[in-house]
Design a binder for this molecule. Sequence first.
Ligand code: ARG
Length: 563
Amino acid sequence: MDYKTLFVNSLHQQLGEHVNKEELEKMIEKPKRESMGDLAFPCFELAKIYRRSPKDIAHELAQKIDTPPLFAEVEAVSGYVNVFLDKNQVASDVIHDILVKKEQYGNTNIGQNQVITIDFSSPNIAKPFSMGHLRSTVIGNALALLAEKCGYQPVRINHIGDWGTQFGKLIVAYKTWGAADKVSQNPIKELLELYVRFHQEAESAPELNNQAKQWFKKLEGGDQEALSLWKWFRDESLKEFAKVYQLLDISFDSYDGEAFYNDKIDNVYKTLEEKQLLEESDGAMVVKVNNDLPPCLIKKNDGTSLYATRDLAAAIYRQERYQFTKSLYVVGNEQTLHFKQLFMVLEAMGYTWHQGLQHVPFGMLLQDGKKMSTRKGKIILLEQVLEQAIELAKNNILKKNPSLVEKDKVAHEVGIGAVIFHDLKNFRLHDIEFSLTDMLRFEGETGPYLQYTHARASSILKKCHYQPDENAAIHEIDAQAWSIIIYLLSFPDTIKYAFEGNDPSQLAKYLLELAKVFNKYYAVVRISDEDQKRPTRLALVYSVQVVLKEGLRLLGIKAPAAM
Ligand code: ARG
């Protein structure tokens, strides 16, 4: 189905073992001018191998390569083999493929049903859901969807930050200054205030820190009072997070957070000891992974565990439970060192599966060029940001299409889609400026623009009472349709590369390009005119509609039929 592969195969047949297929594929170019064909193979490299002129080689190849039914024409021009595709044939093939497979177009089985765990979102309880966690949530969700599309079995894990010394601090703060009804009414805000107050007061009363340490030690030891306060804070926080996940329509297979590994940590210490990897350092226990990295702290001098210890236990547990071949951690840039250490300790422990572990880092969300921060009590509640996006989308709809049915549902899908797309269209390592007005525009590189294009395609199909028919004959396509065909053809590869590169932005950019060429076509071709080209045109519009919808779905974005 892929014409580049067909070309590679034909070249390979002629050239035999001298050059392998991968090398050939890399050498193939896309000619700058249409008059030079659709694909071109330069023979200059081969000239060195065969000690013949590139011109001669090109000539010989062009003669030997089968033309129809594969290609409309093959010609040799100054050292290049140029291939012309039979545009109608190609168009007919790809449109039929989509008519048959529908939203399953682009599915592959690269994953062979293997398990891939994806650790994403993972907010910290008693703290607001931060912008960083939003990025992790939307990137991780898209990667899980792409993985599924590529034949993997994703396991979505929300590694909730629900353990650690900060809970000792929180318990002390709550017992000293807190009030139950206030926490129940507004858990995140109240708990955060208590946490901030703890730090302020501890500056002049350092003994608070000791109390906090003791409470965390009690918590790790299973003390009833500590546990029940902790559980309460946790439940209240999870209820708040659930609102965000509901708005985003994202779910998880596991909410096993850091606390879940509490009873699995002793085994980690034991194994590390057996393998003689633990060393003492100032009363604490560390693993020195190598000389380039600082030692990885495993046990504090008071005997309590750390973030890294719990991540070691989690990785080992996940391998036992899910037998993953790949395991992704979608976590901000700033934790790069942590994951390097973690993976190296696991390697040192002798786990061969460490090779499947991968940190998928990302940059920051900025506002006016500065990090959107939650510290010092200046909190931005994500839920409110999302609600605001929905409201702005609703205003746009009221202006543009006041008679639309299901306004609220569409406003929700557009508002949320805008936020998600704005994140995913950028390469994840880049920092992103967060601007609701920009991301909600209906024109330009936005989610609403894609949704709008999709709705436009849906509406023509509806107006023309189009019914997809697998057996429809696809005749001559319009000249202006060719660029659409090219994009439709490359959808499967785009998915594969986006998944393999952990880079949903490749898919996001692809969708923008597809929408652009489609809108260009729409502007010049009278699609619904009653002439003999109409069935082919409608089948093309249908193909675009299917691919846009499926592409958006893979990014976690809904595609309403009207807006
Ligand atoms: N809760 C952590 C944070 O907010 C992220 C956890 C990421 N996952 C992991 N396995 N360490 O920084």
